[in-house]
Design a protein around this ligand. Sequence first.
Ligand code: GRF
Length: 199
Amino acid sequence: MLISGSGSNLQALMDRVEDGTIPGRIVRVISNKADAYGLTRAQEAGIDTLVIDHKAYDSREAFDAALIAAIDADEADLVCLAGFMRVLTGGFVRHYVGRLINVHPSLLPAFPGLKVQQKAIDAGVRFSGCTVHFVEEEVDAGPIIAQAVVPILPDDDASALAGRILKQEHRIYPLAVKLFAEGRLSTRNRTVLVDGQPW
Ligand code: GRF
């Protein structure tokens, strides 16, 4: 699991592993930031952690190579990005194709990138939400596993909206990981199927 910050999605996944909903375990939490609170959450739960500071590397390729070496040493089946604030190289994404997933706080393909809650408010859309998707080389793109819709209220600011979206992230990210861990996800023409069926 790769994080850069608070790790509330990590917490949601840890909780669903703990209560048996997700048949698997989190082998390691890796952060590019030493002060990420998610590292504390992981350590308190007895999960191994590692800091790989991107500033210590000359290039994205070198940083990503260090990430790959660490992840592959653990033989993880699935790599989860959750608030990991580094753009990954094509080489990294290709290495984990089909087993690299991300959560993003908008209804993709609308509003990729950063500060997307404010962008949704500024665009005047009535609904936003969150997306869990397989990662492809383009940022915030790839076959969509799960989405949840969140209404935008008349007096919403970015922080209020982000908080409501985050609650839904905590619901659909564990669901997506559960389906993956149960071997129930596949893709056909870039559409994600569950148990071989559209859902
Ligand atoms: C989430 O909104 C995620 O979608 C975004 O960054 C936030 C991370 O939150 N990319 P947390 O670290 O899981 O609390």
